[in-house]
Design a protein around this ligand. Structure first.
Ligand code: OAD
Length: 236
């Protein structure tokens, strides 16, 4: 099984800013303001507004999956792929990937702090909105995992990292744990490891090899090679 972990770099060429590159999101806003429970408690309106803007942009038509997203979908048609993304966008789904684990949540979802339900949410979100599951108003928040919170599906993800044959990390800086530690789990259990990124990440030493360049070129190159080597074209 191939374990693929993606980060913001895979969506960069689709028009979504990364976090830590020059001019990235964390240079535009303060993490403490928009990506922590404390920031939300201090100024919920600001946090709703930040994610509303990103949710609107995602659905504006200007942001579309790129060849890297499509290549992963192609790969999954012939090989067992366990796809985990740190991204909150829906570009893997729109690119055709059949199953995507969003470990840091999803922009197009709202989380009810009263009943815990996660509901699909495509419009703006506010303090007065009612939860579609329990009906309670005032408890909805963006369904994005903030700093200090536990990512989704961690047990399942760690188990998959233990049993994969190949671990591939795409477009992530390796700065945020636990995602950044998954390569070590895979490696300790005998998997091969490959990094595909614009440049060597701070975790590069944990990978057997690297393919460096834009994801839209390097991911299709790699995926098509895997498909050729396993005798499948991926076009069916
Ligand atoms: P980062 O912004 O930290 O890293 C993006 C990586 O993508 C960098 O290593 C870039 O070199 C690389 N990159 C940029 N453009 C690329 C391209 N066109 N092709 C290939 N690689 C490219 O983003 P993440 O690692 O995803 O968490 O960040 C991890 C988490 O930190 C995010 O999920 C988010 C953030 O805080 C939460 O919000 C909880």
């Amino acid at each position: 099984m191939i374990f693929v972990l993606t980060g913001a770099g895979i969506s960069r060429e689709s028009g979504i800013d990364t976090f830590r590159d020059k001019g990235g999101l964390w240079e535009q806003v303060r993490v403490e303001d928009v990506a922590t429970p404390e920031g939300f408690a201090r100024d919920p309106a600001r946090v709703y507004e930040f994610y509303d803007k990103r949710r609107r942009e995602l659905q504006s038509g200007a942001i579309r999956p790129n060849p890297a997203h499509a290549a992963l979908a192609r790969l999954a048609r012939s090989r067992e792929v366990f796809l985990v993304t740190q991204n909150v966008d829906d570009l893997h789904e729109r690119g055709g990937s059949p199953a995507v684990m969003h470990m840091h949540g999803e922009l197009l979802s709202a989380l009810c702090s009263k009943c815990g339900a996660r509901s699909r949410w495509t419009g703006d979100l506010g303090a007065k909105d009612a939860c579609p599951a329990c009906g309670a108003a005032g408890g909805l928040r963006p369904d994005v995992v903030w700093f200090g919170e536990t990512p989704y599906f961690m047990e399942e993800i760690a188990r998959a990292a233990e049993r994969c044959d190949l671990f591939v990390s795409i477009g992530t800086s390796g700065a945020v744990y636990p995602a950044a530690g998954l390569v070590k789990i895979a490696r300790a259990n005998g998997a091969g490891t490959l990094e595909i990124n614009l440049e060597p990440s701070q975790n590069a030493a944990f990978f057997d090899g690297g393919l460096y360049g834009p994801a839209s070129a390097k991911v299709p190159e790699w995926a098509d090679r895997v498909l050729r080597e396993s005798g499948a074209s991926g076009d069916q």
